[in-house]
Design a protein around this ligand. Structure first.
Ligand SMILES: Cc1cc2nc3c(=O)[nH]c(=O)nc-3n(C[C@H](O)[C@H](O)[C@H](O)COP(=O)(O)OP(=O)(O)OC[C@H]3O[C@@H](n4cnc5c(N)ncnc54)[C@H](O)[C@@H]3O)c2cc1C
Length: 362
């Protein structure tokens, strides 16, 4: 039997995770990974890489900004359009996958380590026990005496999670994909349809590129800038619950962040952002005054009201239809959710194979 030809578009953390899942779980498929950029040049390479989650806000915040401020005033989150149990499963599947690597001899090569620390809040959040609190390890609230270390904050959580360094993890996933028989091609795709003559199923993991390849106007950039510093004495992460300021010790460097600038497409480093990041991080961890900065990076998160993980059929110029599985729009949490959504995308590819007798393309 001829293999079913599958193209996965995108070689960031979402595309590589999906390519590995499909190549390993569906051996009837011949999988090709297509991308115009590979590690170290993807957004995923810029990610701070802490494994955490925030409920995706849902459609109303994006299309009705007035609801967003009303929701903030009432301290009630907007109802998300993805059922909470699906988001939770994405996080849990990802966490368990990364945890297994962190506990294996591959940990350092794959860039995946345990990371313990504190998430602190200037005002107690409306939900003190987030949905991932029983998935990460040892979740608890900080005591009064522990909080004295952070005089500007009134509430805190302590837990152990994972730090995933994509500059190591992406090459590690690529090797795993090739070991499973996967092929790699460097190519810029115009529209997904153009692949329909060569492939039976197209899996779209192009992140922000989905604005063009899938014509999705609901995807927008959220600019993020981070610094990396040498400060080997730091062992614990500190994250302000507002998500803007964080200090994440890693294997060689400490990542200092950050910014979240919605619809800002600038890829160059902004010196004022760097100064602000350093000032905010030093307020949280004064010993950073002694740290040596080793670099500054900028990436554009693929923002969307929810990640799009679903099937579609597209017309291919006069020669029928092609199956497409989308997996993009992970915003600020792509590293944390990638494996979970990849498992869903792989199942959707499996459904395409089951529901239609696909004639394999030559
Ligand atoms: C500063 C910063 C800090 C972050 N910190 C964290 C964190 O701590 N934890 C966390 O979970 N997440 C974090 N994120 C978010 C995370 O980086 C993203 O959610 C994730 O990288 C998205 O992955 P992706 O694979 O969808 O996209 P990308 O990494 O952008 O990959 C997209 C791929 O698609 C390809 N592509 C696009 N268009 C085309 C085309 N037309 N033709 C061919 N190929 C194409 C690209 O070349 C690339 O290979 C952070 C992001 C930033 C910027």
């Amino acid at each position: 039997m001829k293999p079913i030809k599958v193209a996965v578009v995108g070689a960031g953390v979402v595309g590589l995770s999906t390519a590995v899942c499909v190549a390993e779980a569906l051996p009837v498929c011949s999988v090709t990974l297509l991308a115009d950029k590979f590690s170290p040049d993807t957004t995923s390479d810029v990610a701070a890489g802490i494994v955490l989650g925030e409920e995706y806000p849902g459609r109303c915040w994006t299309f009705h900004p007035e609801l967003k401020s009303a929701a903030f005033e009432r301290q009630t989150p907007c109802v998300s359009d993805i059922p909470s149990d699906r988001q939770r499963r994405w996080f849990q599947d990802s966490f368990e996958h990364l945890l297994a690597i962190a506990q294996s001899p591959h940990s350092l090569e794959a860039g995946i380590i345990f990371s313990s620390g504190f998430q602190i809040f200037k005002e107690p959040p409306s939900n003190k026990t987030p949905y991932w609190s029983d998935i990460v390890l040892g979740f608890r609230f900080l005591s009064e005496s522990e909080l004295k270390r952070f005089p500007h904050h009134k509430f805190g959580q302590a837990f152990t999670t994972i730090k995933c360094e994509c500059s190591s993890y992406l090459p590690w996933l690529l090797k795993r994909f090739q070991k499973a028989g996967g092929h790699v091609e460097q190519k810029k795709v115009g529209r997904l349809q153009e692949l329909g003559l060569r492939y039976d199923v197209i899996v779209n993991c192009s992140g922000l590129g989905s604005r063009d390849v899938a014509g999705d106007s609901q995807v927008y950039p959220v600019r993020g800038q981070v610094l990396r510093a040498e400060a080997p004495w730091l062992q614990h992460f500190i994250r302000d619950g507002d998500g803007k300021t964080y200090v994440y010790p890693g294997i060689r460097y400490v990542t200092l962040g950050g910014t979240r600038q919605v619809r800002d497409e600038r890829l160059q480093v902004d010196q004022r952002d760097s100064e602000s990041i350093l000032e905010r991080c030093t307020l949280l961890e004064p010993s950073l005054r002694e740290a040596r900065l080793v670099g500054e990076w900028v990436g554009l998160r693929p923002g969307r009201w929810i990640p799009r993980v679903e099937r579609e059929e597209l017309e291919v110029n006069g020669s029928g239809r092609v199956h497409v599985v989308h997996n993009y729009g992970h915003g600020g949490w792509g590293v944390s959710m990638a494996w979970g959504t990849a498992v869903d995308a792989m199942r959707l590819v499996g459904k395409c194979l089951q529901e239609s007798s696909l004639p394999a393309k030559l």
